[in-house]
Design a protein. Structure first.
Length: 512
């Protein structure tokens, strides 16, 4: 039986620079995750300075989301074809250049172009970063530590973005929310260039699946734009419905194409293995719920409670702390002893309990009495669940598929974010309108009307958060039912998708 090539060094010849490499990969991942929230805080100031119309302001966010979400699978395949290190460094340099363009923007078109370019290079960078970890850390305990750090950054980076965005916007100006990416990218790119050593044997040098690239990109763009459009124009809007129908047709055609072509962009074996499928589904659902938390808690603290942007950012610190502890202290320490589903399912459930506490929000709710403990539970739960989820993203894949399997994690997060923003915003808006209609007659004075406006907003937030609770419970159930691999003790075990002894040998090398 011939041995399949592997993309990492043998255990007795471990790369001595792997931990230094992790530091630079972590910096790059933090930069990408930060960018998802840091620009949101700066958007009102940028809109005013650049004269961006009210109708077009959403495109500052949407241009990035469409490019990033639509090109992730292509970016993952490029990493497998071109080399993960080269793709990673190229993505960093391009992201820095696009950020410089955004920070120097003099008008609407320049800003939107910069955001789209950030999305393009982010789609190269994100899957390359995760797949580099998958092929560099091969020993179980080291792999657990590495993915613990990565999981904490992936989960908590958005909240860090709120703090940093608040500081930069309040004390400097909105342009620094773009310029701040440049030192991150330069340090990570220089470090990666000199430190990362990636063997070339695991590359997938098959011809690029052009029909797959076109269909997947158009299908994902249509899906993300459909949800973005639904948030602003409603679910029954003709363009929204058209986008959803187009996405279904295009993605169905993509699946049919991938089943038939010789060298598919996304080999269906990546999706059909139950552990990977369970990770993609449960992570996507969890991100929907988390976007609800960031969105509504930010609005609640700033609009209802009157927090400044900086104070709002600091208010999220308990969740960041919880995520770091959950990921690096609970997930990392238990992953070599406990099956992943016994970390993921309880983790998502604990997060659901934290979210459940937030359904009790009132206009004058105490931060220390309710919001702080809720965030701690959310952070601990998500950190504990994210760590094995990120680790399992490339469970049992062939080395040549590591990049595209990593891209699927980012795709599930990106699509989950788009769904979460649109779905939960719609639910909140409907509940707010209904509460206002029911209670408008009783608000006869300006003070009463102001109080009613705050109460109706809180009613909308809590209605949406109830849905987030249910979504997290569903994520927990999916993780428990579908993820059935054993604890990662570093020993070879039979592949759960029945691919034979050769794949069993691969699992300890590239699975996590």
């Amino acid at each position: 039986m011939s041995q399949s090539p592997v993309t990492s060094l043998a255990p007795d010849t471990k790369d001595p620079n792997r931990w230094k490499a992790l530091a630079f990969i972590a910096i790059a991942q933090l930069m990408v995750v930060l960018d998802a929230t840091i620009v949101n805080i700066a958007l009102p100031s940028a809109q005013e300075d650049l004269g961006i119309s009210e109708g077009n302001k959403q495109w500052v966010i949407t241009a990035y989301a469409l490019a990033f979400g639509g090109l992730l699978l292509f970016g993952g395949r490029i990493a497998d074809l071109w080399g993960r290190k080269r793709t990673f460094v190229t993505g960093l340099i391009g992201f820095a250049a696009a950020s410089a363009l955004g920070g120097a923007a003099t008008g609407e078109a320049m800003m939107l172009g910069a955001r789209a370019l950030q999305g393009v290079f982010g789609a190269l960078l994100a899957p390359a970063a995760l797949s580099l970890l998958a092929v560099m850390f091969t020993e179980a305990k080291e792999r657990a530590k590495a993915f613990g750090i990565y999981g904490a950054i992936a989960g908590g980076g958005g909240a860090v973005g709120l703090i940093l965005g608040g500081f930069l916007t309040e004390y400097l100006n909105w342009r620094w929310t773009f310029f701040v990416n440049i030192p991150f990218a330069i340090i990570a790119a220089a470090g990666a260039y000199f430190v990362i050593r990636e063997p070339s044997e695991g590359r997938n040098r098959s011809p690029l699946d052009i029909p797959g690239v076109v269909l997947s990109t158009l299908g994902l763009v249509a899906l993300v734009y459909g949800f973005t459009r639904a948030e602003s124009d409603g679910w029954s809007d003709a363009v929204t419905v058209t986008m959803f129908v187009a996405s279904v047709v295009l993605l169905a055609a993509f699946v049919v194409t991938e089943a038939k072509v010789k060298s598919p962009l996304l080999p269906l074996r990546v999706l059909t293995e139950r552990n990977r499928g369970g990770v993609y589904l449960s992570l996507g659902l969890a991100i929907i719920a988390m976007f609800g938390l960031f969105l509504f808690l930010t609005y609640y603290l700033q609009i209802v409670q009157g927090y400044s942007p900086v104070k709002t950012g600091f208010a999220f610190l308990p969740m960041i702390f919880g995520m770091i502890v959950g990921s690096t202290q609970i997930g990392t320490r238990l992953m070599t002893r406990v099956a992943p589903r016994y970390l993921m399912a309880p983790g998502f459930l604990l997060a659901a309990v934290g979210m459940l506490l937030l359904t009790q929000l009132e206009v004058d709710t105490s931060y220390a009495g309710l919001i702080l403990p809720a965030q701690l539970m959310l952070g601990l739960g998500m950190g504990t669940a994210f760590m094995p989820a990120m680790s399992l993203a490339t469970h049992g894949v062939e080395p040549r598929d590591a990049g595209v399997a990593s891209a699927m994690v980012n795709t599930s997060q990106q699509v989950g974010g788009a769904i979460g923003t649109a779905l939960l915003n719609t639910i909140a808006a409907s509940a707010t309108t209904a509460y206002l209609t029911d209670h408008a007659a009783s608000a006869t004075t300006p003070a009463a009307q102001k109080l009613l406006a705050a109460q109706s907003m809180v009613e909308g937030y809590t209605a949406a958060i109830w849905w987030a609770v249910g979504i997290l419970v569903a994520a927990s159930a999916i993780a428990f039912v579908l993820v059935n691999t054993d604890a990662d003790d570093g020993s070879a075990a039979a592949s759960s998708d029945g691919e034979g002894v050769e794949d069993a040998v691969k699992i300890p090398v590239v699975a996590h």
